[in-house]
Design a protein around this ligand. Structure first.
Ligand code: SF4
Length: 260
């Protein structure tokens, strides 16, 4: 094996070890009430109460084209108000952590590629909070045990073989050119939308629902007039309250005041 390859491999292994240690330390803290208080204190120490940070967890950006086009559409909206992105580890496992490098490089917004266990998320939130509070535009990968900078080239090749970027509708953002994926004509026989003549997705918000603003980080869920009254997880009005991962459902479950 060439010497430079050995050096690179050693660096990757060292990074994995450091990453795993930080993750385990956070997990151990999380397991007891005192530790949880310590994590909250670290978060409070990192932030200025007069300037709350807005961190956005992004998910479903299953390809490079969606990640790039969809997020660019989000970043271009006038009322966009997010200080950092928590990027999806399962997507990055395929397309690579480097696919999110444009966020700090072109938009000056920090991004952390995160895993999904509680320790992964806590550790990643701490990392992202530190970057956002210091206004440091950088990309970190805290999911190195699975995500490589270049992802999984064989999977990306397969996706490109079957799918092609196409205009699509994003909730709250409207139609974004190359914001979705379409099945290539040569695979049309397996295209359910064609086969069953499915109608295109319509981004119509229920009356009074402010999901579009919540998704852009422009409105806190509890600022929606329907939050907790007409709209609850048991009887949701909009999509942000339907899924447990939705911003409104999370705010309802864990408290709209967050960590304050
Ligand atoms: S999901 Fe419910 S609380 Fe959230 S913006 Fe829509 S109506 Fe308001």
């Amino acid at each position: 094996m060439p010497a430079n390859q050995k050096t690179e491999d050693k660096k990757t292994e060292d990074k994995k070890t450091e990453n795993e240690k930080n993750r385990t330390d956070t997990a151990n803290l999380f397991k007891n009430p005192d530790g949880t208080e310590k994590i909250l204190k670290r978060l409070r120490d990192l932030t200025d109460p007069a300037r709350p940070l807005r961190l956005m967890e992004i998910c479903g950006t299953h390809t490079m084209s969606i990640a790039r086009a969809g997020l660019r559409g989000l970043l271009a909206s006038d009322d966009f108000a997010v200080d950092g992105f928590l990027c999806p580890g399962h997507v990055a496992a395929v397309i690579g952590s480097d696919a999110f490098a444009f966020l700090p490089e072109e938009y000056g917004i920090p991004a952390v590629v995160a895993g999904f266990e509680a320790a992964d998320l806590l550790y990643s939130i701490l990392e992202l909070t530190a970057l956002a509070a210091a206004k440091t535009p950088a990309l970190r990968n805290t999911y190195v045990r699975l995500v490589k900078p270049q992802g999984n080239p064989a999977a990306v090749r397969l996706m490109r073989q079957v799918l092609t970027p196409a205009a699509d509708t994003w909730r709250g953002l409207g139609v974004i050119e190359n914001g979705g994926l379409a099945i290539r004509p040569e695979y049309a026989a397996w295209d359910a939308a064609r086969k069953f003549s499915l109608p295109a997705f319509q981004d119509a918000e229920p009356a009074g629902c402010r999901c579009a603003s919540v998704i852009r980080g422009a409105l806190s869920p509890d600022a929606c007039p329907l939050f907790g009254t007409a709209c609850t997880p048991a009887d949701p009005v909009g999509p942000c309250m339907v899924s447990g991962e939705g911003a409104c459902a999370a705010a309802w479950r864990y408290g709209p005041a967050g960590l304050s």
